[in-house]
Design a protein around this ligand. Structure first.
Ligand code: ADP
Length: 278
């Protein structure tokens, strides 16, 4: 199954014995590649709005004596700078999630509060598009986790549902407790996602239609953040969708305290220093 990377170290113990240590570095290499790709992607994604703002500023200088043009270009500059601010915020959020993992303080979180906060921004956009946004289900249930991270995750799903839906449709947020899991579903009647894209939308910076996504203010990081938050809580996020009919995103979060899994073996090169060689 693909290439395996081994780091081999050899030590002569005595005249008759040689100790060979082989360490599987495949995962470490994979993580390193992901980090490098992330840096390249971030630089690329930042260049677009920064470049646009620069160009718009130059155009603005040339059009200084035309008030209509000034208004137009200043408006576009403001839009691009908002996009840039959102991008930077999401990059920081994602990096923090990746670096800190599950070290965030966990407490009992009421789902109603999370949903209320997570839908506030989408309500305004929904109103403008005549989209009916409904919330229902076991709202008084509780999960164990981080309130702010959960708000971020649900907010990304609800914002997307409204952004990728046409006018006069419905978006529903439902909460169901199933055993020791709480399911938060976000259902829309929007443009949907084809099967080949469904498997990739949780990747960083992946967008089905970059032009459309940019127009809706998307950065391509939202679902990647949702995936990290879900994993961080010992849960997951899945999608069901049909093109032209709509999408349903399901976020599952454990309803009760879970023991954190044993930390994995350190990838530190000094790991074997602790082993007594006879
Ligand atoms: P973006 O910031 O571009 O919305 P996301 O990571 O949130 O990035 O989503 C990745 C891509 O998945 C989007 O660009 C969009 O193409 C698709 N997508 C996400 N949510 C929906 C949805 N509810 N309906 C249709 N497409 C969606």
């Amino acid at each position: 199954r693909g290439r395996v990377m081994l780091q081999v170290r050899v030590a002569q113990l005595n005249a008759d014995h040689v100790l060979v240590l082989a360490e599987d570095k495949t995962e470490a290499k994979r993580v390193e590649t992901i980090r490098r790709d992330f840096t390249v992607n971030v630089s690329h994604e930042l260049k677009t709005p920064v470049g646009a703002i620069g160009l718009l500023a130059e155009t603005l200088q040339d059009a200084a004596d035309d008030p209509e043009a000034v208004r137009h270009f200043a408006g576009r500059m403001s839009q691009e700078s908002k996009r840039l601010a959102q991008l930077v915020q999401e990059i920081i959020e994602l990096s923090r999630l990746q670096l800190e993992g599950s070290t965030h303080p966990a407490s009992v979180v009421q789902v109603r509060g999370v949903i209320e906060e997570a839908t506030d921004r989408a309500r305004v956009v929904a109103q403008g598009k005549d989209i009916t946004l409904t919330v229902g289900g076991d709202l008084d249930t509780h999960v164990y986790g981080d309130h702010n991270l959960l708000v971020t995750a649900v907010r990304n799903l609800v914002d997307n549902a409204v952004a990728y839906s046409p006018e006069k449709t419905n978006v529903g947020v439902g909460v169901t407790q199933k055993g020791d899991l709480v399911e938060i579903t976000v259902v829309d009647q929007g443009i949907g996602i084809s099967p080949e894209h469904q498997s990739r939308i949780f990747e960083r910076f992946y967008r089905v239609d970059p032009a459309r996504s940019r127009a809706t203010g998307g950065t391509g990081l939202g679902l990647s953040i949702v995936k990290h938050v879900a994993a961080d809580h010992g849960g997951d996020v899945t999608v069901w969708s049909r093109e032209g009919q709509g999408s349903t995103f399901t976020l599952r979060i454990p309803a009760e305290v879970k023991q954190s899994p044993e930390t994995s073996i350190s990838e530190d090169d000094d790991y074997y220093d602790d082993i007594d060689i006879p």
